[in-house]
Design a protein around this ligand. Sequence first.
Ligand code: SF4
Ligand code: SF4
Length: 423
Amino acid sequence: MIKRSFFALAQPTLEYDPLEPDPKTPEVIQSPDNLILLVNETLKSTKDTLFKKGDRVEKFERIRLYEDSTEYNVSPVAGTVQRIDIFADDFGNTITYLVIKKDKDQDSSSDQQSPAISPDIRSADGLLRNLPGAPPLKKLADPDLKLNTLVVTCTDDDLLCTTQQYLAKTELAHLKEGLGILKSMVSIPKICVAVPESLNIKNEFDSFQTFSISATYPEALPELVLKDHLNIIPVPGQTPEEQGVCFMSAEAVISIAKAYDQKTPVFEKLLTIIGKDGARTRIKATIGTPLRLIFNQLNIHINDMDRIVVGGPMRGSATFSIHHPLQPDMDMIMVQDRDIIPELSDSACVNCGKCVKICPAQIPVNLLVRYLAADQYEEAADGFDLESCIECGLCAYVCTARIPLFQYIRLGKHELSKLRADI
Ligand code: SF4
Ligand code: SF4
């Protein structure tokens, strides 16, 4: 496998969007009658599930499929299971969804006793994994992961998005409190905070080291933070955690603080919505809310062939369904009118070299994509640095032939991991 040194020559000119000076309070989306909760485990036709259609679910109840399941979700409401079925992601991986019909006169913030949450990482991992921001508690509680650094990010990872910046700025007290809780719960020697240079909070974190992240895209992505601020050269094919570094969003830290402060999990997720006209709205909605209800309340009309993108313009992926539920790690949704969706093509590469020039990982993208298009994933990894890609999307952004390079790369990585798992 080629293991090039990372990141030397790119001169991308795109910039992250800074938080506006006087941000508006987010619009609150009405809690729906039916919530859709995902459990990261496949339904087995040979085994009875713990929950079935018609069963009651209590607020804060852990929802697991089987007695021996390690994956769970927590219900934000009390109600009844209306449906339990298979949910397929972009790559055809299947997990499970449950539709919970909420009891009348009840919402996710109504009073009900939560199970006690002790201030230790195992207890937190047992109940708080699905809070807004998706705290990486499973990783933090894993004794086999030798973590030496935790990076809390107040940055957003795509253009147009300001979700994490807004939270870091407006919930600073909870952010600091959450940092203190984490420090007491984990034995990771170094906890740092990554702050956009445009956000004036860098001096707020007394005992924690802070990094100033430049506005130049994609400086906030984990691999570049590793290299630029922690002096760690990312190893192709290894996750940051495998290199001892865990990343956690500001929202996840704030959620932890609120859970311990209020002695109850919180389920209200902040999200940046970009409408068809490019207008940005920040909303707060209960995790599990179907996206169509958010669009309805914001008067965003979705027509056939309009595109809903989960994530931002550089790294987002299209979803096929307006019923997709709001997830703990969703920071942004973009809606694109069918008439203005940038066209992709199946044209051949014209060898203009723009993708190679802009790639921050110095990947020969024009050669790589030929192997990916031919389903030669091992060759793409061994000869053309597939695993060095940091998924910034810049190559696709500049491609003269409008080849969907980013989609090829993501699919290629997925297929490669499947191939290697089968060995
Ligand atoms: S997405 Fe494209 S430009 Fe970005 S690192 Fe990967 S190959 Fe390079
Ligand atoms: S930018 Fe597109 S057309 Fe140009 S070399 Fe790369 S893949 Fe080929």
